[in-house]
Design a protein around this ligand. Sequence first.
Ligand SMILES: Nc1ncnc2c1ncn2[C@@H]1O[C@H](COP(=O)(O)OP(=O)(O)OP(=O)(O)O)[C@@H](O)[C@H]1O
Length: 285
Amino acid sequence: MEPFIKVTGVSHVYPNGVTAIQDVNLEIGEGEIVAVLGSNGSGKTTLVKHFNGLLKPTTGQVTVGNMNTKKERIAKLSSLVGYVFQNPNHQTFLPTVRQELYYGCKNLKISEEETEKRVKKAIELFELENLLDANPFDLNSSKRKEIGMASIMAISPKVVVLDEPTTGQDHKGCKRVLELVKMFHEHGHIVVLVTHDMQLIGELNCRVVIMNKSRKIADDRADVVFKNQELLKTADLQPPQVMELANQLTYLNRNESYLTIDSIVKWFKHNKKGLEEERKIGTGS
Ligand SMILES: Nc1ncnc2c1ncn2[C@@H]1O[C@H](COP(=O)(O)OP(=O)(O)OP(=O)(O)O)[C@@H](O)[C@H]1O
């Protein structure tokens, strides 16, 4: 099957002469969750802004749903690729949540009937029934971020790009972001994340693309990438802390990847009896 997003030999040079990405090749298909990782200034945001035509390649080509982004209007591409900005203040600007939810569909001139259907779905999934008349700026930043995501869900683009979704979120907010990524995925959206949040990637154990100094240097599953110390060092990345704990617990199954605390807890629950027996033998009791 043809990939939905195809990046072929793409470089981008900003007007000030900075080459932000160089010769990047990447294909993203149906049903994928892809996290773009890399240190500050490595080119992550520049790369993903090519997916909805916010940026056009200086050289190379990006196709989205078989459309060449260089030849299409941003409005048309926005119906295929929704971009959720890191800062919710850059996403929401209307006086009520209801207006925010309708805005995208109206802007894209989607029929009234279809708009109603899509907005209703977003309201239900994000449980916004009681917030429709609220001003997004009166809500906390976590909720405002959700409104931004819900307004993208209302457009129902094939691809949802989430730029640093957990930045500035408390524990509850981060947990909610994880749920929402899974929800977008379950509802058939391709999800692209730009993030520094290794715990989130560990929880998702998704495909990971690593950018370093404007180039793509890795593209593999998170559990594979996180075991590659040399690669992580090159890209100046730290694996989720829980992996370091798992490495110290020498009796864990070495063939498994422990990317979450839950996975270690599960191992302990499963092996509790054996561990207790060993302890009894060890202490002679
Ligand atoms: N609008 C711009 N004009 C000029 N240079 C830019 C612009 N946006 C980004 N850059 C430069 O391009 C390079 C890549 O930036 P980009 O924002 O894509 O990296 P990033 O990996 O997303 O970084 P961060 O994690 O800090 O958000 C950096 O050197 C940055 O300074």
